[in-house]
Design a protein around this ligand. Structure first.
Ligand code: MD6
Ligand code: FE
Length: 194
């Protein structure tokens, strides 16, 4: 379910939260198990953080760059994610992980499934901030042709139930200048990892 502009009124607070989190756990370009640097820069907050390196994809409570636990999830993040999930029909969503992606022009995310979480009955809540991008929403098999959904500043996507394991990705970010985020698009994805 796409909730257009659902996060608009929270955008300033979310950006302040991103600045706080990334002052403690700076953005970095993680490597895929195949050795390629991801084009989006990432950080995390919450009890669990999603990481990728030569050992694979996984959640872990500590930031591998610092050895410290991930910064706490800001209260405004948690409240927005729960409210969006409830609006989409998932009243009991309590995220323990928030992955923060920062896209610069030229960055993209290939088609993938989100399947490193323990319980696929829990949805994912995805918040877009800043520059617009085209989201690709595919099927349960990689071979299914994705539909293209433009996502703009403040849009929230809630992803669950029979759609939980659908392939998805984002097309290459085009250059632009957003009044709040400058040359970037940020994406927050809230998950229940454990
Ligand atoms: C992005 N999002 O929008 C990347 N995954 O930048 C995701 O990979 C994603 O938006 C699962 C559910 C929603 C998402
Ligand atoms: Fe994803």
């Amino acid at each position: 379910m796409v909730l257009r502009q659902f996060a608009l009124a929270d955008a300033d607070a979310l950006m302040a939260g991103i600045a706080q989190v990334t002052s403690e756990a700076p953005f970095r370009h993680m490597r895929t198990p195949g050795g390629h640097a991801m084009s989006a820069a990432m950080s995390c907050c919450g009890e669990q953080g999603w990481v990728t390196d030569a050992r694979g994809y996984r959640y872990q409570p500590d930031d591998p760059e610092s050895g410290r636990v991930w910064p706490p999830m800001p209260r405004r993040f948690r409240e927005l994610a729960s409210k969006a999930a409830e609006t989409a029909g998932f009243p009991d969503f309590e995220p323990d992980a928030c992955l923060i992606n920062r896209y610069q022009p030229g960055a993209k995310m290939g088609l993938h499934q989100d399947k490193d979480e323990d319980d696929f009955s829990q949805p994912i809540v995805s918040v877009s901030l800043g520059l617009p991008v085209v989201f690709q929403f595919g099927g349960l098999k990689r071979s299914e042709k994705p539909v293209r959904v433009p996502l703009a500043h403040g849009d929230v996507v809630v992803w669950g139930g029979p759609a939980r394991l659908r392939y998805h990705g984002v097309l290459t970010l085009k250059a632009g200048d957003h009044p709040l985020t400058g040359p970037y698009r940020y994406n927050l994805t809230f998950r229940r990892a454990r």
